[in-house]
Design a protein around this ligand. Structure first.
Ligand SMILES: CC(C)(COP(=O)(O)OP(=O)(O)OC[C@H]1O[C@@H](n2cnc3c(N)ncnc32)[C@H](O)[C@@H]1OP(=O)(O)O)[C@@H](O)C(=O)NCCC(=O)NCCS
Length: 297
């Protein structure tokens, strides 16, 4: 028996939703579309059953809070953010986040479809069948690459400011955090951006954290609550803080292992770390502080 069972909503609702999403996708594919205007109009309809202009007359504060031009995101305050790229995706991130707060976003049937429609217009690359559950957070969105059949569960944080690649069939469980930036130990404003890669079929289980610049090998698994601070080899299971390899999955039919070839995640070129703040241009070894003799006990 498959683990996931097919579920449908009543056909009238499904047709209405599919039409709404087809129109949304069409409008977004048109480079002439004013994304701020589109998003505030959609949100006014979904939240208040009104046109944006009408809502502006009746309840201006409620209306303005729907307009991406009248809100800011944390990423807009960062020196490392590419403002041009961010302004392009910002309205859609606002639509994603705000719809998550509505019944449409909370229902799996509609929420997953809405996010799959928006994903190709936000992320750097999107494979087939992206599946996002509710309350997922991104830093900038434009630096996230997804392979095919990636699944991201509730309350995941994808800090993609330095770049995150989730290869085919990656699965992130509830409350997972994946980072791509780090701060110097002594100078908080000295930020380094590091590309983080999760290989094909990687499973990160609930509440685990992956630090910036880590590469998790194909088919590896991160145990719950772990903090992954270093690269993980393919097929490994890592546990604890810091995460260490405690077992390796038996995969006698793995073609890469039998041929002695690099696995797909190992073929992705390594990007050197980049500096995120022009005031600190030099790449320097991370400050490790003075380790106290008994600090590991
Ligand atoms: C990876 C995982 C499956 C390991 O489970 P397991 O192989 O059954 O491990 P065991 O329960 O036999 O534990 C083996 C040892 O590892 C320890 N351990 C298990 N999980 C651990 C974790 N997350 N962190 C640290 N240590 C862990 C156990 O305490 C035990 O230690 P001991 O030998 O000193 O007693 C499990 O930790 C996990 O993360 N489960 C998440 C659930 C899941 O699959 N989620 C899917 C996505 S929703």
């Amino acid at each position: 028996m498959p683990w996931l069972l097919p579920r449908r909503i009543a056909s009238g609702g499904e047709r209405l939703l599919d039409r709404f999403l087809a129109e949304l996708g069409e409008r977004l594919s048109d480079p002439a579309t004013d994304r701020n205007a589109l998003v505030r109009e959609v949100l006014a309809q979904v939240l208040y059953g009104a046109g944006f202009e009408e809502l502006l007359e009746r309840a201006p504060i409620a209306a303005l809070a729907l307009d991406p031009a009248h809100v800011t995101f944390e990423a807009e305050y960062y020196a490392a953010t590419d403002q041009e790229k961010f302004q392009r995706v910002k309205p859609l991130l606002w639509l994603w986040k705000t719809l998550d707060l509505t019944p449409l976003g909370q229902s799996v049937a509609s929420g997953v479809k809405i996010r799959a429609t928006l994903a190709p217009f936000i992320f750097k690359r999107v494979g087939k069948n992206p599946k996002f559950f509710q309350n997922v957070e991104f830093s900038v969105g434009y630096n996230l690459e997804l392979g095919d059949d990636v699944v991201v569960h509730r309350h995941v944080l994808l800090d993609d400011i330095g770049g995150i690649t989730l290869m085919d069939r990656v699965s992130l469980a509830d409350y997972v955090n994946v980072y791509s930036h780090t701060h110097d130990l002594r100078e908080q404003a000295d930020v380094t951006l590091k590309h983080t890669v999760l290989g094909t079929g990687v499973r990160v289980t609930y509440h685990a954290t992956v630090l910036a610049g880590v590469r998790i090998g194909d088919d590896a698994m991160v145990a719950t609550m772990s903090v992954v601070t270093k690269d993980v080899p393919p097929h490994a299971v890592v546990m604890g803080i810091p995460a260490r390899v405690t077992r390796v999955k038996e995969r006698p039919d793995c073609p890469y292992c039998t041929r002695g070839e690099p696995h797909p995640a190992e073929r992705i070129p390594r990007m050197p770390p980049r500096k995120g703040n022009p005031d600190f241009p030099e790449l320097r070894p991370p400050g490790s502080g003075v380790r106290l003799p008994d600090s590991r006990e």
